[in-house]
Design a protein around this ligand. Sequence first.
Ligand SMILES: NC(=O)c1ccc[n+]([C@@H]2O[C@H](COP(=O)([O-])OP(=O)(O)OC[C@H]3O[C@@H](n4cnc5c(N)ncnc54)[C@H](OP(=O)(O)O)[C@@H]3O)[C@@H](O)[C@H]2O)c1
Length: 316
Amino acid sequence: MKTMHIGKTPLVVSRLAFGCMRLSDNRREALASIQTALEAGITFFDHADIYGNGSKEDVFSAIWEAVPGLRDKIILQSKCGIRRRGDPDPTAPTRYDFSYDHIVRSVEGSLRRLKTDYLDILLLHRPDVLMEPAEVARAFDALHAAGKVRYFGVSNHTAAQIQLLASCVRQQLVINQLLLNPLDSELLEVGVSLTRRPLLHRVRGDGTLEYCWMNGITIQAWGPLVGGALSGNLPAGADSRIVEAAQVVAELAAAKGVSREAIVVGWLLRHPAGIQPVIGTTNPARIRAACQAVDIELSREEWYRLFVAGRGGELP
Ligand SMILES: NC(=O)c1ccc[n+]([C@@H]2O[C@H](COP(=O)([O-])OP(=O)(O)OC[C@H]3O[C@@H](n4cnc5c(N)ncnc54)[C@H](OP(=O)(O)O)[C@@H]3O)[C@@H](O)[C@H]2O)c1
């Protein structure tokens, strides 16, 4: 497994991260997924307080007994800030909450469930429209000073939202975790569409990738396998764009003698910003197939072929 640095930190981690959102709640099955990831060389594990309402952090903690001495050899990331409908009372809607109390309470819950004293990285999960940057700064300071969180970052944030937060927060923001794959490539779209097409999904695509890259904020890609849509799990009624992109993936995989997962994930690795895909498969064979991505390199032509197919049209 190849490695990379997270942001401007000294943390050296595997080129792929393992997403724990879909871990089985069955301890034996969950351990099989985690151990396959470890054997493939993955050292970075992504959680959130809300995954399975905390059950995924809980089941993950079985790994400490299964693999003694592991804690300091891996990087544990969790997220906070999303609150589900009905929490804490029945009229409360799904919402975002970056208040001091919620951030601190959430981290304490994650530490308890993960059975660890510290998170290596804490991300704010989705932007809170009512965020008060000074209050977030106070929560980060308290968590950092108590040794409960080493590094901080965000997820699904625009460049401007990161700048606003960074103007108050004392710690570096080291990660922005964003949706990115060949079928959801709006982050790249803005860079090729200024000449002709109307700009779609303008806000998220508008300079966020470039901002993170320029400022040493590692971009993590969630949803990197598109749920398997391009690698054997074509959705019923898939439109011609998806069918064609899946065909390109199949052709490239056959030509290179690798798995289709390797092509889809390799497409993200080929971007020069040093994107870290967070793979979400829990199937051991698919975990190994995705990890083949670090051993291939797509040519410029191959990369653009999949980009064009995935965006559903030739470039201007
Ligand atoms: N920051 C955020 O807002 C956010 C949002 C969503 C997710 N995430 C993180 O990103 C990680 C990855 O996200 P994701 O799970 O949506 O991404 P993904 O890797 O694109 O998708 C994984 C899902 O696709 C299925 N799949 C893949 N190939 C398949 C195939 N050939 N046939 C059938 N099923 C197939 C997997 O099932 P199997 O397990 O059976 O292979 C799994 O359910 C999550 O675990 C989480 O850590 C973050």
